[in-house]
Write a new protein. Structure first.
Length: 170
């Protein structure tokens, strides 16, 4: 029979927030004095002739929080939280978020890179080819996406930066 965990001992949770509420939820964690981790990365957007720099979450809609399970209802009282996901292997999770902390502290440029397999359907979400759909050519050595012309039974390879690709779920 598995050992029952102590609800008074703090443990890590993955907090799924409403869109664009990560920073607000992190502020509430500070007010409640719960340890948390919200990895932020710098981003630059160009609007016509203007350039705007800002920070955004590395994992959109997620904040990592450490609290005793008996305090979960308190976190759910905040309007910014959708749900809290239990982290089964706390040791592995802690190693993973510590690795992310080290990468951020080292000043490395980080970007979220969803696992893409060969043949995964994707849509381009940035740049001059915005909206074009295709399939991933080779995720181990990505060169871009292939746009198929079914009638000719041929494809055209376009070199696209991975951050401009969004997986299309069938």
């Amino acid at each position: 029979m598995p050992e029952k965990e102590d609800p008074t001992l703090p443990r890590w949770f993955v907090c799924h927030t409403k869109p664009r509420c990560e920073k607000k939820f992190a502020e509430l964690m500070i007010m409640e004095e719960f340890e948390h981790f919200l990895p932020l990365v710098s981003s630059v957007r160009r609007y016509g002739y203007k350039t705007k720099k800002f920070t955004k979450p590395l994992f959109p809609s997620y904040v990592f929080a450490k609290m005793p399970p008996i305090h979960k209802p308190r976190a759910h009282q905040f309007d910014h939280l959708v749900r809290m996901l239990k982290v089964d292997n706390q040791v592995v999770f802690l190693k993973q978020i510590n690795a992310i902390r080290l990468m951020l502290e080292a000043g490395l440029e980080l970007q979220l890179f969803p696992p893409l397999e060969k043949g995964t359907k994707v849509k381009i979400i940035g740049g001059p080819l915005w909206g074009v759909e295709g399939i991933v050519d080779n995720p181990k050595h990505p060169k871009g996406i292939i746009v198929m012309v079914d009638v000719l039974q041929q494809g055209v390879l376009a070199r696209i930066q991975p951050e401009f690709l969004k997986r299309i779920d069938d």
